[in-house]
Design a protein around this ligand. Structure first.
Ligand code: PMP
Length: 289
């Protein structure tokens, strides 16, 4: 199939069935993660309000997929892009952001993302700078109206949705729509176990447990939250690779939870959201081979 517009390659992701569990593979989006949908929606919304022009600089604070997605969309649409992230972000990610043409500001990791957010807020007071702010931007969860429709089209019945929580945009955006269509649906959030008692504890499950409360995070949309430890995720990551599934670490955490639900409820239909591919996390294999 030939596409003239690269942005048409965002969305319409496939679902694979693996050991009786359905997995929606968001790695098939153009820059490789579910955040392509969010970046496109946040930027399109600004465009429809005539708030962007060729002199605008789009700012975002992110250490991962959101930055990559925004830098990619800005490259396609020719906006300037400034990504603010902490100085412990991997060299590969920083190189990719720069390759897409983004400027990158690194802030001291000991000061956390909240310090980076403060810088973004201050900069956004300058003319021409627009801070997208995925933690407070309603177009983050609203991007998943489309994701939800895709799921509804593909699955006539659904009992469980398992989804990691970073900003909570994915889980809340999808849950709000799906609960109207599947009345008995249970929505299960996944977070790092290391953060259960102390939100500042370090963990290795990139993308979840952002430790910043989003304005749109609605606890009524999440029926239960399960906590998974980084070591378990690393083991299951390797296990899934052996079966031919190279999935991102947050996806693997979701699959661990889904397998437990499936064991107790073999006849239930379970969907896991897989936010990105395992290519970014190949370092995990260093310890195993
Ligand atoms: N997994 C990965 C790999 C991610 O990059 C993100 C986004 N930070 C999430 C899960 C969580 O998504 P959300 O911000 O929508 O909660």
């Amino acid at each position: 199939m030939i596409y003239k517009n690269p942005l048409a390659l965002i969305g319409n992701t496939p679902i694979i069935e693996h050991e009786g569990i359905f997995i929606k593979l968001e790695q098939f989006n153009l820059a490789g993660s579910i955040k392509d949908r969010v970046a496109l929606n946040m930027i399109s919304e600004l465009e429809s309000q005539n708030k962007l022009n060729e002199d605008s600089t789009v700012i975002e604070v992110t250490s991962g997929n959101t930055g990559i997605a925004i830098a990619m969309i800005c490259a396609i649409k020719r906006y300037k892009c400034l990504i603010i992230t902490t100085d412990d972000t991997s060299k590969n990610k920083i190189n990719l952001l720069k390759a897409y043409g983004a400027n990158v500001i690194l802030t001291p990791s000991e000061k956390g993302l909240s310090y980076a957010i403060e810088i973004a807020r201050n900069l956004s007071k300058e003319p021409g700078y627009i801070y997208l702010n995925q933690f407070e931007n309603i177009n983050n969860p609203l991007a998943h109206n489309i994701t939800s429709n895709e799921i509804i089209n593909d699955l006539p019945c659904l009992d469980y949705l398992v989804c990691g929580i970073g900003t909570g945009g994915t889980i809340c955006g999808i849950s709000r729509n799906l609960k109207k269509v599947y009345p008995n649906l249970k929505v299960i959030g996944v977070l790092p176990k290391e953060q259960k008692d102390d939100a500042n504890n370090h963990h290795g499950i990139c993308g979840i447990g952002a430790n910043i409360k989003s304005s749109f995070l609605d606890p009524n949309l999440i029926d239960d939250t399960k906590y998974i430890e980084t070591v378990e995720v690393y083991q299951e990551y390797i296990n899934l690779v052996k079966k031919g599934l190279l999935l991102g670490l947050s996806s693997v955490a979701n699959i661990i939870v889904a397998k437990r639900i499936k064991e107790e409820n073999p006849n239930k239909i379970i969907l896991v959201i897989s936010s990105d591919s395992g290519y970014k996390y190949l370092d995990v294999l260093d310890a195993s081979v």
